[in-house]
Design a protein around this ligand. Structure first.
Ligand code: C2O
Ligand code: CU
Length: 441
């Protein structure tokens, strides 16, 4: 019997507080409810999530619900709401129409607010989810701290590298803790919902070579589980994996293997957590061979309706500029409700960029002329240097202002983003013209 949809309410208070990332190592974090990450918000598919956000920070903020197909007015960007001023609050209210792993994060002064810890996981469950023995939500992040564990920026050269590469640091966190200790039982299979909340870190997951199964990504379950030993998770992306079964006494690290995204600083292998396998317990896990059905939105050769070009160009003022269709913080043409979108997103630069579309899931039709290895609903997808992605997505009836951007937060801040309006042809458009969503350096 299907349970009736519920109203699920949460209170999130944004503030500054001290946070211990490992014994004796204390940072002055910014976050929700005095914890990094903020609490995991849980609901069932179809529920209404009501989140009261109280801002006790010394500056304005806004919260974006990354991956949730909500109305434009609830998207938490400067295009659709006034920032929540210090001392004020805002009530976000929306239905959660899809099961999966999502996340929330500040969408104001992100290079500071997100870096300091303003993010958290969202888990939307459904009765059709596979049954696993346990579940872990693993929110990945890295911080760049100085010797006194402060977030200060590191000189002219450091700032230049940070603008180019995005801010990466060697303090690696899972759920706000440095080199955290995790436990699981031998003989069991767990669902790990992995969220990359880092500003710029490309996380290439490895369980020291142990195979795992990938079962879901940004928009929910894949059609079938895929076995892997490595998995690239770029900023903003989510993947759910099944880990185990392991043997009693096994100990291994959750690590990130080097991924060369053409940065100035060289990628290194990084340790994120240590997993200790405890005594054996019986397993009730059932992973069906067919997890979901993903209907194709369009054939691979569908005609392109729009071209989006991500570029990094020489600039007099900043040495390099991060742009979309030659503009920084630009405005793209509107799209009509129910008008299938087939976009060719090209990365002409010599570095990687994770492309994120707000509010809608897309399917990759083609990457550099090749159909993808499997179907998936995505809202964030990495573009390697000089690559071309062909994606399809459907603007359903949620008119308003939306955006897409590079999810390397420093690139986004530097201009690699654009707004666009979804227009209901039966209703007049807001007529909003070119707007700049933030002040940038
Ligand atoms: Cu996580 Cu504008 O995005
Ligand atoms: Cu980028």
């Amino acid at each position: 019997m299907k349970q009736d949809n519920q109203i699920v309410e949460y209170h999130l208070t944004a503030s500054a507080f001290n946070w211990e990332i490992k014994p004796g190592k204390i940072i002055s974090a910014w976050g929700f409810n005095n914890q990094v990450p903020g609490p995991v918000l849980k609901a069932k598919k179809g529920d209404t999530l009501v989140v009261h956000v109280q801002n006790n920070l010394p500056e304005p903020t806004m919260v974006h619900w990354h991956g949730i197909r909500l109305p434009a007015t609830m998207d938490g960007t400067g295009e659709v709401q006034q920032p929540i001023l210090p001392g004020e609050s805002f009530e976000y209210r929306f239905i959660v129409p899809d099961a999966g792993t999502f996340w929330y994060h500040s969408h104001q002064n992100e290079t500071v607010q997100m870096e300091r810890g303003m993010y958290g996981g969202i888990v939307i469950e459904d009765d059709t989810d596979p049954v696993l023995d346990e579940e872990k939500v693993l929110v990945l992040d890295d911080m760049q701290l100085n010797a006194s564990n402060e977030f200060t920026q590191h000189g002219v050269v450091g700032r230049w590298i940070e603008r180019h590469d995005g801010r990466e640091g060697s303090t690696n966190l899972i759920n706000g803790k440095e080199y955290v200790q995790l436990y699981m039982h031998a003989g069991q299979k767990e669902r790990w919902r992995i969220i990359n909340a880092a500003s710029a870190r490309y996380f290439k997951l490895s369980l020291e070579g142990r195979p795992f199964k990938i079962i879901a990504t940004d928009g929910g379950l894949l059609e079938e589980a895929r076995t892997a030993t490595e998995l690239l998770i770029t900023p903003g992306e989510r993947f759910d994996i099944v880990a185990g079964p392991f043997e009693e006494g096994e100990v291994f690290a959750i690590q990130s293997l080097p991924y060369n995204r053409v940065t100035m600083l060289k990628a290194k292998k990084q340790q994120y957590a240590r997993v200790q396998v405890m005594d054996k317990k019986p397993s009730i896990a059932v992973l069906p061979s067919k997890l979901a059905v993903i209907n194709r939105l369009a054939p691979q050769d569908a005609p392109v309706t729009r071209k989006v070009k991500l570029s990094v160009d020489p600039s007099l003022k900043h040495v390099i500029d991060f742009r979309v269709n030659k503009k920084m913080h630009g405005m793209d043409a509107p799209v009509m409700v129910d008008d299938l979108q087939v976009w060719e997103v090209a990365n002409t630069s010599l570095m990687d960029h994770p492309f994120h579309l707000h509010g809608f899931f897309f399917q990759v039709l083609e990457e550099n002329g090749q159909a993808p290895a499997y179907s998936a609903w995505k809202d964030t997808y990495n573009l390697t240097p000089r690559s071309v992605l062909k994606i399809a997505w459907m603007p359903d009836n949620r008119p308003g202002m939306w955006m897409y951007h590079c999810h390397i937060i420093e690139h986004h801040a530097a201009g690699m983003m654009a707004n666009f309006e979804v227009v209901d042809p039966l209703k007049p458009s807001s007529g909003k013209k070119e707007t700049i969503s933030r002040c940038h350096p």
